[in-house]
Design a protein around this ligand. Structure first.
Ligand SMILES: [Zn+2]
Length: 165
């Protein structure tokens, strides 16, 4: 078994958002690579197969989680491994971090200065098509009740407003 990934910046504990969360152990300046999002390097084909399985689990009502990250045209990273501490980071509609690709490695990067004790979050960036399967309870004033890619936020907002009428 590989050793759990770690970082001097973080501590893992219970979260109000969901299950475990990752918190700032000390003040973190903007643009810091906080922790690497590690996992298994797999082909696209294998990633699709695993995503389908997750999808089926989701259909059965238990929450299906997707931990897949694209690193290039051929490979993805599946972060659903016990040694990936970054998988405990929760989603937020108003996140203080983002996932960044640095030469084929995924890093959790601070988007702004973060104070000691704050929970770290990033946007999971799920696709528009299946938004209904990813309800959000992040509690942020900017929450739109579903986990969705930043670029599709407005599209979904409009759709939800239309439905309300
Ligand atoms: Zn939210």
């Amino acid at each position: 078994m590989k050793k759990r990934s770690t970082s001097p910046y973080i501590v893992v504990r219970d979260s109000k958002i969901h299950g475990h969360g990752v918190f700032a152990k000390k003040d973190i300046p903007k643009n810091t690579q906080i922790i690497e999002y590690v996992g298994e390097r797999i082909t696209k084909k294998e990633a699709e197969r695993r995503a389908d399985i997750q999808y089926e689990i989701g259909e059965k009502g238990t929450q299906g989680h997707v931990y897949l990250f694209e690193i290039n045209k051929r490979y993805d990273i599946d972060g659903n491994v016990p040694w990936n501490t970054a998988k405990s980071i929760n989603h937020s509609c108003d996140p203080n971090c983002e996932a960044e690709d640095d030469k084929g490695r995924i890093w959790i990067l601070s988007k702004r200065d973060i104070k000691k004790g704050e929970e770290l979050t990033y946007n999971y960036g799920y696709d528009f098509e299946n938004y209904k399967e990813h309800p959000c309870r992040c509690g942020s004033p900017k929450c739109i009740r579903y986990i969705i890619k930043e670029k599709d936020r407005n599209k979904l907002k409009k759709l939800l407003e239309k439905k309300k009428k």
